[in-house]
Design a protein around this ligand. Sequence first.
Ligand code: ADP
Length: 632
Amino acid sequence: MMSVSSRNSDRLPSLSRDEPVLLSAILESAMDAIVVVDGAQQIVRFNTAAERMFGYRRDAVLDQSLDLLLPERYRSVHQHHLAAFIATGSTARAMGHLRPLAARRSDGAEFPIEATISQVEIDGRPYAMAIVRDISARYEADLALHRQLRLLNLAYDAIFTRSPDGRITFWNRGAEALYGYSAAEAVGRLSSELLKAGPEDQVQECDRALEISGTWEGELLHAQRDGTVIAVESRLVAVNEPNDRYVLEVHRDVTARKQAEREHLEVIDREARAHASTIAMTEQRDRLQEILDRLPAGVVIAEGPDTRIEFTNAAFVELVSGSGMPPQGHDFVLTRADGMPLGSNGHPLRRALAGERLHNVQLALKRADGITIPISVHAAPIRAGNAGKPRAIGIFQDTTQLQQAEQLKDDFLALVSHELRTPLTAIHGGARLLATQKTTLAPEDREEILGDVVSESERLDQLLSNLTTLALLLGGRLEPMTEPVLISSIVRTTIASIANRHRAHTFVVDLPSGLPPMEADPALTEQLLRNLYENAAKYSPDGGNISTRVDVSGETVTISITDEGIGIAPEHLSQIFERFRRVGETSRIRGMGLGLYLSRLLAEAQAGELTASSAGAGQGSTFSITLPILAE
Ligand code: ADP
């Protein structure tokens, strides 16, 4: 039992002479605050450290109730405990060792303390001595630690620490949730075994990095309690404090994210492939469309059962609309070739949709603008379209030109037979007269009839040779045999062969001397010249001069034949070389409109050309053939 000295000697029993001094010195030098209270809980001792801690001067607290040093809310509880302690010398709890107590400073501020209380009895009177330690700093540190722990537990990430030998020392809720082990189960286990899933060298690589740089970040594979392997994004930090070495590991489950990323990549990949195939299909379709658009025939694809037009090419649009504008629905009508209605099931596309194949069906197409076009139609069923609907393709061919050609052929035949018949009739009539009236005919009449027979047969001959040459030329079967041709000689020969039939005309030939030979086919050139001389005579019904002139220029020679006849109006000049084309006042002059057409072809076949000029109607005409001069 220790004795306690007091400044207040009347309240404490007197001690030996040195004791009070010694005791005071001990109390004052103590680092901890020391407060002594009597049985009435009045402060009887208050050392310097207590003055510093509580902020009171000793005089202000002595004889005051201990309550002064306690926060108000603890006073009654505290008094109760202290009273019991003083009375019995024991307490249910060793104060200050169970939980921090709070004390109150002179400025009213509270602070946490740790107090060790002991009982002292002096002269039969109980006293209590409290050694008080301000634990604010430690308390704060503890609080901070708890806050951190709470935060660590609140985090969704799995967080755990492991000691240098790899044993788990802390395991947060996130780790419990992620791996399926409770903290109690995990703490103490080797993390490398508990979570083992990835390859061995993965763990070694982490440990090496931790040793070198103190941290490691990356992705790992971990096993959950049930064996499921998950991908985690991890951050490892090696903490190396003087008294505390551990590794802090933070892991986040990225399995779902990885899966989502994989799926996202797959979607992108699928989309890219779909896109590529769409592009390929579009290109293919565009190519097909381009090919079909270049076809001269109208192509249409229709889908059943309502014959909905699904595709048309450019030629079809052109055919049914008369322009490049797409048709507005079915704004054209198909009829029979003779214009009669087709009947309910006569439409070629409808027939093809029903499975029929149509070949070269002659119909008429009546456009919205009222124009009717003769057409030939092919149609056939094709591969079914969307939703298995039947489809059919139709090919519509405008036969206007074909029909015109047919017509032309008919007209031509009629014309030819007429043109052939005229001289033949004359020849036949003349021959008959000569035969039947041999004796009665006067010699000059006989001469005349004979002359007619000769000239008509020559006409007939020229007509037939023109037709034959034209047929050969158009059939590509005429091979001009070029050779050196003397211009003056061929001009004179030709004139000589026809002059006797054209006595009303004067053939004037004006050729320069020393003309070079041409490179030409003599027979074809003669036929050409004869056509031009015959025309010159024919279209100068009043006679006159037919002059021939030759000009040499560079590597060509031009033979010009000029007459003084009916001439050609300027607007007709370009038309006279077309076949069957006859212009001006020609109704009383015999002809088929083939001579100039053939003559131009003949000039071109020999690498030459044929042109016409005229000062106008009644002004005469000039026809010029240009042919190459024979090369040295
Ligand atoms: P055809 O003489 O049988 O009618 P061509 O082809 O020889 O046929 O001539 C075509 C047309 O050119 C003639 O119908 C005529 O109108 C015109 N023509 C040809 N030669 C002359 C010419 N020398 N003078 C005036 N017109 C001509």
